[in-house]
Ligand binder design. Structure first.
Ligand code: F6P
Length: 364
């Protein structure tokens, strides 16, 4: 096997607690164990196209493991295969992947580690198919990537959402209100499900189970009859009522995942207030779930992913993503990981456990 001497790393898509811990682990292991130079591209794939990078050394990554965000910057807009530019005031898209590959060659990179979710890993796969030595690291607070038990960042998001439910409980109880907490979760309801169970929500609404307002109101009323004059509803941003569309806040054209969701909580609140006389208030947790320090679980998982990604480069297991399976970190082809989205299984033990406690999913 050829000796690896230089690698690149980038963070793509929405940021996520634990990104810095991955960058730190990659840099430390590469430099200290294998004497490999590490280059970090700035603002995701945009830095790869524009040849915008920094050299990472032990000093640069020292003390960043507990920090949220990413020292490399990120974007969910720039796809080198449909790269957005403006010339003479005219906006256009062009394939800049060859330019990106040229930049990597000039720098003498032997491999590129892409830390990203579904969108970024799809782009990484295209580069792999064009001959670039790619290793993926699974990132997203949504936990909706296939072929890994958990993505890093998810547990931190659940922690934040669960804490928010605890806080909403006390005010909901004092005011005898219905409190709706809208959490992230575009196509999968993992955050809503985990935070809802952990925080003791009365209703959990997720994209995988369509709800009907009538069932939710029945649940609220039955609590009222038992002198529980408040209810907590956790709703994923991608959840929908029966025969309803997703609540889209805006569409960002030059993004590889152009839909920005938001507003489902308010839509449901309106329905509840129209059908009952109970005041219903909405909290949209938004990007608070993505920011801040990673919880210890995510710091450890990120560290393991970073360390494993460097080993995969050294072993030349290109085209793979490091993944958590049980207690082990293994390599899984990126092609498998991006085939579909990992959704909550409506008949799973977790959903059934929630139902056993009386939590409603708004479907019966
Ligand atoms: O994919 C992660 C995620 O946080 C989704 O849950 C959410 O829909 C999306 O990113 C929001 O993206 P943005 O930061 O561009 O609003």
């Amino acid at each position: 096997m050829n000796k690896i001497s230089k690698i690149g790393v980038l963070t793509g898509g929405g940021d996520c607690p634990g990104l810095n811990a991955v960058i730190r682990a990659i840099t430390k292991k590469a430099i200290s164990i294998y004497d490999i130079e590490v280059y970090g591209f700035l603002d995701g794939f945009k830095g790869l196209v524009n040849n915008n990078y920094i050299k990472l050394d032990l000093l640069r990554v020292s003390g960043i493991g507990h920090l949220g965000g990413t020292i490399l910057g990120t974007t969910n807009r720039d796809n080198p295969f449909e790269f957005y530019s403006i010339k003479n005031g005219i906006e256009f898209k062009s394939d800049q992947s060859d330019q990106a590959i040229e930049n990597m060659k000039k720098l003498g990179l032997d491999a590129l580690i892409v830390i990203g979710g579904d969108g970024s890993l799809n782009i990484a796969l295209k580069f792999y198919e064009k001959g670039v030595n790619i290793i993926g690291v699974p990132k997203t607070i949504d936990n909706d990537l296939m072929c890994t038990d958990v993505t890093f960042g998810f547990n931190t998001a659940v922690n934040t959402a669960s804490d928010a439910i605890d806080k909403l409980h006390t005010t909901a109880e004092s005011h005898h209100r219905v409190m709706i907490l809208e959490v992230m979760g575009r196509y999968a309801g993992w955050i809503a499900l985990h935070a809802g169970i952990s925080g003791g929500a009365d209703v959990i609404l997720i994209p995988e189970i369509q709800y009907e307002a009538e069932y939710i109101i029945n649940k609220i009323r039955s609590r009222y009859e038992k002198n529980k004059k408040f209810s907590i509803i956790v709703i994923a941003e991608g959840a929908t009522g029966k025969n309803q569309d997703m609540a889209i806040q805006k569409v960002v054209d030059n993004s590889h995942d152009p839909i920005r969701l938001g507003g489902i909580g308010n839509r449901l609140a309106k329905e509840i207030e129209e059908l009952t006389d109970i005041e219903t208030r909405v909290t949209v947790l938004g990007h608070l779930q993505r920011g801040g320090s990673p919880v210890p679980y995510d710091r450890i998982l990120s560290t393991r992913y970073g360390v494993a990604a460097v080993k995969s480069v050294v072993d030349q297991k290109y085209g793979n993503m490091v993944s958590l399976q049980g207690t082990e970190i293994v390599n899984i082809p990126i092609t498998e990981a991006v085939k579909d989205i990992k959704r909550v299984e409506p008949n799973s033990h977790l959903v059934e456990s929630a139902r056993s406690l009386g939590i409603s999913f708004g479907d019966r």
